[in-house]
Every structure is written in structure tokens, then in C-alpha cells.
Design a protein around this ligand. Structure first.
Ligand code: PLP
Length: 394
């Protein structure tokens, strides 16, 4: 097993380290306060009070009311709940608008709505430009009288590109259409104030902001028609059945507190580290390029293509130095398919295959950036020596 202390961890869009303060807050609810929050006795009641506190903290980070926060098991469940809820609330409306670059949690759900619901749907998947941004005019044109819901991510998990959610939600509201945003990658990294937005549903996930895995939230704006996805007990005011994951809820509350406190650092120190890494790689490695808009982007994410080499091979070489990142290609059934996000952006084949996503967090150091900047050029040069594409072009 790799020693966690040795990891040069730059894969925070995949998952983050649980903050020590979060773990500390959770422990009493795993060890001592095991009562059921729905029980009538005080032992359970005090656990219920901890959930109430956590709910306030999540609401505060989002600029929401505590009653608008529904705890779920993950970002994926929150996404499914929002989209199914809208479709059930408006059975006559069978049109869904989304983008070509959503996370599989939204993408695969939307592409399989007919099978999953037994009803025929019309799906519009908005194209993105070469820099990963959306065309607002095309978005407006896509909205129709039978549109039940728009589901557009706040920030892309692969490129970090941020979409104009405020504007898009406003346009949907004007047309009387529900608006959902998958903000799993945005929460904790960029300021969000739902009081100022026309967003009806927002999804987040604990493990992307230094909270535990297996806990998510769906924000449901007060007054929004809602049909639960998990039907069972009266938990979450009947909006999500199932005994609450108390320790994780408490942990998420603490993580939200910390995120509010660290937001400025995320936007200054982390961004400066990311910029140093990005500029260093682009200037020291020929035939490398940034994927995604230069500025409308999360402060922690850099997606860089190294032409004529395979992302998976790069990752294996990085792994030898304990450097953890992700590639934009996934090895499925023996064939290396470039990611749907890079394909939608029209990134050329030779570049899409060699893309690496570096995603930083408040725990990264300048020494780690220097280490990666030292190791990457020889890794890429070595792999290119073996690449038939490189040789053909060189
Ligand atoms: N949405 C986005 C944008 C994500 O990046 C992820 C996780 O990678 C998810 C949804 C799914 O979240 P979870 O793992 O909590 O289901």
C-alpha cells in the first residue's frame, strides 16, 4: 500500500482528503451518540439536534434556508432526485435540456430517461465551444413549452469550466421552467448565494469538499414542486426516506464551515499554485495545450493535453513518483476512448488521448508543484520516444 503521506495528491476533483476537523466532528456520532434522530427519547433527540446544526451550516454556505436542504447519499442521488421530481411534477412536459459535457450522474440518467420512466422524452444536449463554454443564445432557442427541467452543471469536473448559471437560471425562470444545477465541483471552491439566484434545485457531494463519502445534499427552493425519489419514512420532512447518515451529515456541516473559511485561500493561494503548475508545464513541454477557458474556470483545475502520448501511460509513469492525477481517457473494454467532454470541445484525437487533469486543494504545497514540474518533462519526452504518432509527425 502507498503511504498516504507520500502521495503528491492532485486528484481532488475525483475526491478529497477528509479534513482532520471534519473527522474530529464525526467521531462522537460514530462512537458515542448512536441514537436514532427520530426516537422520542433524549438520547436520540440530541442526535437530531446535531443534524439541525449541520443543516444550518450547509444552508449558510449556499445562502439558502435550512428547510431547503435535503440530505441524500451522494451527488448522484441528488441529481436523480431533482430530474425525476420535475418529470413527475409535470407529466405533460417531456422535454429536458442539458449539455454534452455533464458528469455521468446527469448524462447517463438523461440519456436513459425513456427506459427508466417508461415514457418517451425529448432531450436537448447543448454543444460547447472549443474552450468548453456554452452559447446562451442556443440555450434560449432550445427552451420550449414542453420543457420540464433544465439541468446544467455549475462547473465541469474535467476542465473546471464554469457555466453562467445565474443567467441561465434567470432565463429558465422567465419561461416558467425548473432549473437544476449539479454544483458538485463548485461548492466550496466558488461563492454561491442561492438567495440571489433563480435556481430551483442544486446538488452537492460531501467528498468533494473535504467531507466524507456517501453524503450529498439536494437544495430544493421553497415552493418548488417536489416528488421524493426514495419513499419510506418521514425523514427529511418526507422528502427522502431512510435513517439519516448522522456522522456524515455532521461531518458535512463542519466541511461547509471550513469551506466558507477557506474560500479566499482557494481563490488566491490554490489558484496561484495551479497557475504556476499550468504555466510551468505549458512552457517546458512542447506540443502541450490547456483544455478549457483560460479564466472562466475553477481555481484548482488544470486540464492539459500532451500531444502524441496516451494519458493512461502518463498516469502510470506519474504513479511511480506517487503523483496522483486523472486522465481524460478511460480504458473501457480494451479500447481507449477519449472523454465525452474533450470530444464535445472538439479537442483533436492526438491531444484528447494525452490529457491529464491536475486538480489541487488547500493541502497542496509549492514544493509539490516544483516536484511535478521537475518530473513531467522527462516523462512526456520518454513516452514520445516510443510513440509512433510522435515519430510520424516529428
Ligand atoms: N457531478 C459531478 C460534476 C461530479 O464531479 C461528481 C463526482 O465526480 C458527481 C456528480 C457524483 O457525485 P457522487 O460521487 O457523490 O455521486
Amino acid at each position: 500500500m502507498m503511504n498516504p503521506e507520500d502521495a503528491v495528491y492532485m486528484d481532488n476533483n475525483a475526491t478529497t482528503r477528509v479534513a482532520p476537523e471534519v473527522l474530529e466532528a464525526m467521531m462522537p456520532y460514530l462512537r458515542d451518540y448512536y441514537g436514532n434522530p427520530s426516537s422520542m427519547h433524549r438520547f436520540g433527540g440530541q442526535v437530531g439536534a446535531a443534524i439541525t446544526e449541520a443543516r444550518k451550516k450547509v444552508a449558510s454556505l449556499l445562502g439558502a434556508e435550512p428547510e431547503e436542504i435535503v440530505f441524500t447519499s451522494c451527488g448522484t442521488e441528488s441529481d436523480s432526485t431533482a430530474i425525476f421530481s420535475a418529470l413527475q411534477s409535470f407529466p405533460d412536459k417531456r422535454h429536458v435540456v442539458t449539455t454534452r459535457v455533464e458528469h455521468p450522474a446527469v448524462k447517463n440518467l438523461c440519456e436513459n430517461l425513456d427506459t427508466l420512466t417508461g415514457h418517451k422524452h425529448r432531450l436537448t444536449r447543448l454543444m460547447v465551444a472549443a474552450d468548453g463554454t456554452l452559447d446562451l443564445q442556443k440555450y434560449e432557442e432550445a427552451l420550449a413549452d414542453d420543457t420540464a427541467i433544465v439541468s446544467v452543471m455549475w462547473a465541469n469536473n474535467e476542465t473546471g469550466v464554469i457555466f453562467p448559471i445565474a443567467e441561465m437560471a434567470r432565463i429558465a425562470r422567465e419561461r416558467g421552467i425548473l432549473f437544476h444545477t449539479d454544483a458538485v465541483q463548485a461548492v466550496g471552491k466558488v461563492p454561491i448565494n442561492l438567495k440571489e439566484l433563480d435556481v430551483d434545485f442544486l446538488s452537492l457531494s460531501g467528498h468533494k469538499l473535504h467531507g466524507p463519502k456517501g453524503i450529498g445534499v439536494l437544495y430544493v427552493r421553497r415552493g418548488t414542486p417536489f416528488v421524493p425519489f426514495l419513499v419510506g419514512g418521514h425523514q427529511e420532512k418526507g422528502r427522502r426516506g431512510g435513517t439519516e447518515n448522522v456522522a456524515s451529515i455532521v461531518g458535512l456541516g463542519r466541511a461547509c464551515d471550513l469551506a466558507a473559511a477557506h474560500m479566499a485561500e482557494e481563490n488566491s493561494r490554490v489558484k496561484a499554485l495551479r497557475d504556476k503548475l499550468e504555466q510551468g508545464l505549458l512552457s517546458s513541454i512542447p506540443h502541450s495545450m490547456l483544455n478549457g477557458h483560460k479564466t472562466d474556470r475553477l481555481p484548482n483545475t488544470a486540464n492539459i493535453s500532451f500531444e502524441y502520448v496516451e494519458g493512461e501511460a502518463i498516469l502510470l509513469h506519474m504513479d511511480q513518483y506517487n503523483i496522483c492525477a486523472s486522465s481524460g481517457s478511460a480504458c473501457t473494454s480494451g479500447s481507449l476512448e477519449p472523454s465525452h467532454v474533450l470530444r464535445a470541445m472538439g479537442v483533436p484525437f492526438t491531444a484528447a488521448h494525452g490529457s491529464i487533469r491536475y486538480s489541487l486543494s488547500i493541502y497542496n504545497t509549492e514544493a509539490e508543484i516544483d516536484f511535478v514540474l521537475e518530473k513531467m518533462p522527462p516523462i512526456i519526452a520518454g513516452l514520445r520516444q516510443m510513440s509512433p504518432f510522435w515519430k510520424a509527425d516529428a
